[in-house]
Every structure is written in structure tokens, then in C-alpha cells.
Design a binder for this molecule. Structure first.
Ligand code: FE2
Length: 467
């Protein structure tokens, strides 16, 4: 008996090793000083897991819905042996007794999916998507995803997630990330993990595009999910696509299977890329900036749609995220058409925050700044921020609207919203505060207080070896 067990074990080990060797086709990415990407081969078990699904759920991610006080969306991936999926959820309890109580189930929409980019093997998967609804506001739930079987092996662990408050003025917080994009597993992991470690009570996370570099690279998406791990399943996210989620005018085939984002944008082509969410007293809007660039229909539709969303907006605060900046910070870049299309609406409706990416630098400011360096500014108008969370870095240009800029600095921004105040802090992965301000709004009057730390501006040239 023992001999048979041993021989079975040896067979399994040999088969597994053989399989991994056969699958020696996983790729990762690297980039040079100028930001050009090139690919390096991996043949490790980790790479294999990042690309290929199994019967056990992976890439589990919660997304905000249009009603975040009463629902959340969840997506995950399995191999094609699993053709259906279930979310089990219950009110969280102090101990395991939730298992004995009312565990409810929601059936997912499951779709078979396969894709291959030029540098990767064919990947076949089933993507599962569900919206868990009829929840109570400001309540913590446990949930897990799987195939509905009795075997724990085919389920995820139980995650905890908390719904938004029904009280519109209750405080909430979110973390905003600029581009992760490159070397996501090796160098972005510490950013998202330390953002969560520093501020675990965060209510949701916002990604301003270019989450990865190559829209259909399974390895890169695998790295993004690996970096965030259980955080993606615990803290709901929203994301806006960047130019790297697109190629040749086509959105990543993985975007919609992997995420469940609102479908309340203007046209079908912008489903889950251009949308609006009411989170308590804040209107959150994603503009698909690459879609804007690619098609005249997407351009005019978004401008018209944004005008109508802002015109009927009853929320106290308004935040827009889009990948391309209204005011570019990187040298030699300018998105004139985007600015001419959207800035008049931002001015007209006095949008509070515009959170952007793409330029691989940091800048934050407002037009009234005019290089004056004031601490307190009345009627500052819209505050624009461009940030970067991954390691790819460009040089920036100093402009009068900027209050604080930086280069060669990976950052995440913690934004806390209370009844009358938005508090914004930009932090490095080691927790150093790099920029901060407060925005106060009372009876329609807005006042901005700059709280920039008294530390030198970080510039790329200071960190590179001089020849
Ligand atoms: Fe970009």
C-alpha cells in the first residue's frame, strides 16, 4: 500500500513537472530607460499560475455598482471545466457562526473565453460575473465564489466587504492610483499593498488607466491581480481604461469579462468604460479618454453625456477620472482636443477633482494658482491631479497651474470625503507624504487649503547617475 502511494506521488510530481516544462511559454515584461517595453521569458510555477486558470477561482475582484449602499459586483476566473459559478454571502459575524445562519447564494453569469496575444500561449478560461444585491447599507458581509460544490477546494476563501452608508454625509475614503502599467508584479505590488496597510479602512479604490501595458497579455493581467491579491476582493474598485488597455482602437478583450462596471454611459461601445456612480454625496464619473481619441462617435457622445450628467447632478461633490490629462505634465505632451471638449464643462459645473494618469509624473494644481504659491485659495475651481503608481517614469515640465509636482516617485493618493471637506494626501510606498490639500465647501462656496510638505521637489535627474 505504502509502495503504491509512493509511486502515485512520484507519478504526480513527474506529471506536474512535465506539464510546467511543456508550458514554458509564459512571458513577463521589462522596460528600458526610455520607457520602451521588451519581453523576457519566464518558466516558473508562479508565471504559470498567473496565466492559466484552474478549477479554483482566481482574479477575484469586487467592483462598485451604481448602488454601492445596497450591492456590489464580483468577478472571477476559472478553467473551462467550471461552466457555472456561485457567490455565497452572509452577514459577517464575530466567529464562524455565519455558516450556520442565512448564507444566501447568487448565480453568476459565466462565459467561456479564450485569447492569445502574439507572445503568449492560448489561454482558455471561464469568466464569472455576479451582482450581489439587496444588501444593507454600512454593513459588513462575508462572501466567497466558487462552483457551488461541497468541496472547499473549488471555492475562494471567505472575503469581507462593507457597503456604503445610506447617510449621504457619512465620511468615506478612496485611494486613487495612476498608471501601474509596467513590472506590475515586481514593482507595483508594494504600492497597492502599502496603501492598504496604511489605510485599511478605505472604502474603494480608483485606477486611472493603464493598469497593464499590453491589453490582452494574460501574464500582465495575472501580475495585476497577483499584486492586489485579496485587496481586490475586499475593497471594491473602479477603473477607467487607458491607451494601454486599447490597441488599434480596440479595447482589451479581457476588460469586460474581468470587471463588472456600470453600463450607464452614452453608447454601447463605451459600456463599462464611460459611466457614472453615486457614492453617497459624490458623483464619480469615468470618461473613456482613449475612446474619445479613437472615434468621433465616442467623442461627441461623451461630451453630450457628461453635460447632461453634470447638469442633473444633485451631489455635493463631483470627481471625474480619465486617463489622459486635461493639462499634461510630461514634457512634449498636450491633449488639446480633450481639453477643449471637457474643460468648459468642468468649469461650468465646477467639478471638484479630476484624477488622471498617463504622464508617468506627478502634478497637482488648479488654474487660479498662476504660480502664486498661496496657502488658502477662494473659489479655486477644479483641482487637477496626474499621478503614477508604477515604476515607469518620465520627466515633467513646470507650469504655473501646478502647486506640487514630482518625478521618479511612485505614489498613491488617499482621499477622504466628509460632509464639508475633501482631504487629499499623496503618499509614496514607504508612507512619506508628498503632497496634500483640503477642499472645503459650504453653501456653494469652495475654499482650498494647500498643505504641501516642506520637502524638496523630487526630480528624475537627481536619482539617475550622472555620466
Ligand atoms: Fe497611458
Amino acid at each position: 500500500m505504502k509502495k503504491q502511494c509512493l509511486s502515485n506521488t512520484i507519478s504526480i510530481i513527474l506529471l506536474t513537472v512535465g506539464f510546467i516544462v511543456i508550458q514554458k511559454v509564459a512571458y513577463g515584461q521589462s522596460f528600458d530607460e526610455d520607457g520602451h517595453t521588451h519581453y523576457v521569458e519566464h518558466d516558473t510555477i508562479v508565471s504559470h499560475k498567473l496565466i492559466f486558470p484552474s478549477k479554483t477561482p482566481d482574479r477575484v475582484i469586487a467592483n462598485l455598482t451604481v448602488d454601492p449602499a445596497h450591492s456590489f459586483a464580483v468577478n472571477w476566473r476559472t478553467n473551462q471545466q467550471m461552466d457555472s459559478g456561485i457567490v455565497a454571502f452572509a452577514l459577517a459575524t464575530d466567529g464562524p457562526e455565519f455558516l450556520l445562519r442565512d448564507v444566501r447564494k447568487v448565480e453568476a453569469v459565466s462565459q467561456e473565453f479564450e485569447n492569445q496575444n502574439s507572445r503568449e500561449p492560448l489561454v482558455k478560461a471561464t469568466f464569472h460575473s455576479a451582482v450581489v444585491s439587496d444588501l444593507q447599507p454600512n454593513t459588513t458581509y462575508v462572501y466567497r465564489v466558487g462552483n457551488g460544490s461541497e468541496e472547499d477546494a473549488y471555492w475562494s476563501e471567505w472575503y469581507q466587504i462593507t457597503t456604503a452608508h445610506a447617510d449621504l454625509d457619512a465620511p468615506f475614503s478612496f485611494i486613487y492610483f495612476g498608471d501601474a502599467q509596467n513590472n506590475v508584479k515586481s514593482m507595483w505590488s508594494r504600492v497597492i499593498r502599502n496603501s492598504y496597510r496604511q489605510f485599511p479602512e478605505v472604502d474603494f479604490m480608483l485606477h486611472a488607466g493603464d493598469l497593464i501595458n499590453d491589453r490582452d497579455a494574460n501574464m500582465e493581467w495575472g501580475e495585476w491581480f497577483h499584486a492586489g491579491s485579496f485587496i481586490h476582493a475586499t475593497i471594491p474598485s473602479i477603473m477607467t481604461p487607458g491607451n494601454h488597455e486599447y490597441r488599434d482602437g480596440v479595447l482589451s478583450s479581457l476588460w469586460r469579462p474581468q470587471f463588472t462596471l456600470p453600463e450607464n454611459g452614452p453608447i454601447t461601445d463605451l459600456k463599462e468604460t464611460c459611466y457614472a456612480i453615486d457614492y453617497q454625496n459624490m458623483k464619480l464619473i469615468s470618461i473613456d479618454a482613449e475612446g474619445f481619441d479613437e472615434s468621433m462617435e465616442a467623442r461627441t457622445a461623451q461630451v453630450k453625456w457628461l453635460d447632461s450628467v453634470l447638469r442633473t447632478n444633485t451631489k455635493k461633490w463631483t470627481t471625474i477620472t480619465m486617463h489622459y490629462p486635461i493639462f499634461s505634465t510630461a514634457k512634449g505632451r498636450d491633449n488639446k482636443e480633450l481639453r477643449e471638449a471637457f474643460k468648459p464643462l468642468m468649469d461650468k459645473y465646477d467639478v471638484d477633482l479630476v484624477l488622471q494618469g498617463h504622464d508617468h509624473t506627478y502634478s497637482r494644481g488648479y488654474l487660479k494658482n498662476e504660480g502664486k504659491g498661496l496657502t488658502v485659495v477662494k473659489d479655486a475651481g477644479t483641482v487637477y491631479a496626474v499621478s503614477v503608481s508604477g515604476p515607469k517614469m518620465y520627466e515633467s515640465q513646470d507650469r504655473e497651474w501646478m502647486v506640487r509636482r514630482g518625478e521618479y516617485t511612485q505614489l498613491f493618493q488617499i482621499i477622504t470625503v466628509t460632509k464639508n471637506t475633501i482631504t487629499y494626501g499623496a503618499y509614496t510606498p514607504i508612507g512619506t507624504l508628498y503632497d496634500a490639500f483640503e477642499l472645503k465647501k459650504k453653501k456653494g462656496k469652495k475654499k482650498l487649503m494647500n498643505k504641501v510638505p516642506n520637502t524638496p521637489v523630487r526630480l528624475k535627474k537627481d536619482f539617475l547617475k550622472k555620466e
